[in-house]
Design a binder for this molecule. Structure first.
Ligand SMILES: [Zn+2]
Length: 311
């Protein structure tokens, strides 16, 4: 694979955890605990942890209504809009957290486009955010902002979004519905949130309890659709809430099944020399340990394949 550095660049900021209130229902510790695991367990030099800057506001306008962006930044969303996003009670750091998270996604995208290989953001995959409202733990939609930034600002012709989170990428589908330069593929469970689904370019819908074989078959099909589009960039929403241990997802995928999924995506992207950005996505096991196991597997696998193909 074309590329210049062997360490897998992974964006992370302490606000990913600390910007969420300790009493929020969302398992905020997953970010800092995953960082600690990766720091302890990744081979020396395999992962390069980088600190994101806040995203430039005008980049958000590629995918979002300027008034919505302005109202969020001014703390003007009303209670029902905040409730639809969740992560409540909001802290004063919610705005800075959101802007750093989006910055991490954009910087990872720029790195993958400019240097080849893989890059990642240790948060995000905020696929439920729509053009003018947030939803389901998502304020802004990092996948669509990055896809449009890659095309409009970085000059790419085609981008594919592969969303393997248990929940449908409804915001992604809706924002990009009339954008032929971006292919949207979502593999998800029929009976999980959102209950009113949007229409992606390809929706591969699984029944609850599907398990490893059906999930891997759909993941392979989604991956083939994405790479068949011959994208200049692949955006991978790598949620692990399809795990059997997850409190929200209903797909009953094993840890080994998730490992096989990761290998499918990373090996194929490397073989096709397609720069790839990994967005963390959902994961809500109670306790959170099974989710952390799967996310650790994910980022270690990305680092290994990236390192092998960047020499
Ligand atoms: Zn999810």
């Amino acid at each position: 694979m074309r590329g210049e550095t062997t360490a897998f660049p992974l964006w992370y900021h302490p606000l990913y955890t600390d910007g969420i209130h300790p009493e929020a229902r969302f398992p905020r510790d997953r970010y800092v605990r995953l960082l600690n695991r990766l720091t302890a367990n990744a081979p020396v030099g395999a992962i390069d942890v980088r600190t994101p800057n806040a995203v430039q506001q005008n980049v958000l306008h590629l995918a979002h209504d300027a008034t919505y962006v302005e109202r969020f930044l001014n703390g003007e969303l009303d209670a029902s809009e905040e409730r639809r996003i969740g992560l409540r009670p909001w802290t004063p750091d919610m705005i800075e957290r959101t802007m750093r998270l989006m910055g991490g996604a954009v910087e990872a995208t720029e790195h993958a486009v400019q240097h080849g290989g893989f890059a990642g953001n240790m948060a995000g995959g905020t696929h439920h955010a729509h053009r003018d409202f947030g939803s389901g733990y998502c304020v802004f939609n990092d996948l669509t902002v990055c896809a449009l930034h890659a095309i409009v600002s970085l000059g790419l012709d085609r981008v594919a979004v592969l969303d393997l989170d248990v929940h449908q990428g409804d915001g992604t589908a809706s924002i990009l519905a009339d954008e032929p330069r971006v292919l949207t593929v979502s593999v998800h469970c029929a009976t999980n949130f959102p209950f009113r689904k949007a229409v992606s370019d390809h929706d591969l819908v699984l029944e609850p309890g599907s398990g490893d074989d059906a999930y891997l078959e759909a993941a392979q099909q989604g991956l083939d659709l994405c790479l068949g589009f011959e994208p200049d960039l692949l955006l991978f929403q790598a949620g692990v809430d399809g795990l059997d241990a997850d409190a929200l997802g209903k797909l009953s995928v094993s840890r080994e099944g998730m490992q096989q999924r990761n290998a499918l995506v990373f090996d194929a992207a490397a073989a096709q020399n397609t720069p790839t950005v990994v967005f963390m996505g959902g994961g809500y096991a109670k306790p959170i340990d099974a989710t952390l196991d799967a996310f650790e597997d994910l980022f270690l696998a990305a680092a290994v394949v990236h390192g092998q193909h960047m020499t």
